[in-house]
Design a protein. Sequence first.
Length: 327
Amino acid sequence: MKSPNNFKILTLFLVAAITFTSCDNDNDDVVVAPQPMNIVETAQATPELSILVDAVVKADLVDALSAEGSMTVLAPTNDAFTAFLADKGFSSLDEVPNNVLTQILLNHVIPGANVESSALIGGSGYVNTLADGPNTSKLSLYYDGTSGVKFNGYSEVAIPDVITTNGIVHVVDNVIDLPTIATFATSNPALSILVDALVYADSGTPTVPYIDTVSDGTAGPFTVFAPTNDAFASLLAELEVTSLSDIATETVDAVLLMHIVNANVQSSQLASGEVGTLGGPITADASAFTLTDANARVSNIVTSLVDIQGTNGVVHVIDKVILPNMN
């Protein structure tokens, strides 16, 4: 975890707010027990989280974040909120619509678990937040603990493991915006060639365009079967080429369309039989969790990497690139 100098005062304040001693008038040696505080009270006691507190009050989430139970809260600093508001074109918190603010705040809450930093360091993966996605789904959050801990590729933990009575707070240096399909494609290094393929297809004519579409939180929703880097490397070997640029852009475009369904289909909703992608039909086996293209090529859905939910659709990772009919 990084501990920049500008967070030293915040660290000291949190420690002082959570554990302290005092004296009474009769006995200078009396030690007063630490006063337990919940998540909201801890934020209220921390000057560098004052905008977060204002946001929680404005969104009417005080009771929810004060309730007993277990939750993990990623708490953006005042600087993080100031930068986020400016980036979105707001001059103050008051200008943010309450429904938008509520979902952004809920996107910083992992329910039902006190996730300590030790559980994140050295690994990567996805968890769900309390923010709402399409069809009553909950939005996903990608964590990468290989170098510090980052969420969705850009929000880094500055102060970890602030213990409260109803959960754990990790102070972060960026507000985590509501994720799109593009968020998850660009934040996970195992999907970097997929991003390259989208960019390359966009360079041709005609194009969807892919990058704009998967980055648009109001588009779709779509289901994307996302091939890993290894899947793309295997395809290049299968086609006996060395790079994507050896393939015509219109061919890459046709291949990518085979991975997109015009609906938000969670893994529990996947049924055996024909699945209509934007590029043509494929066949799903819901029991074996496989997809078969028109060339009898079988792709496995990676069961540990399904239901990665964004605002504009859901991603399921697969281990083989799906091809259009090559006959």
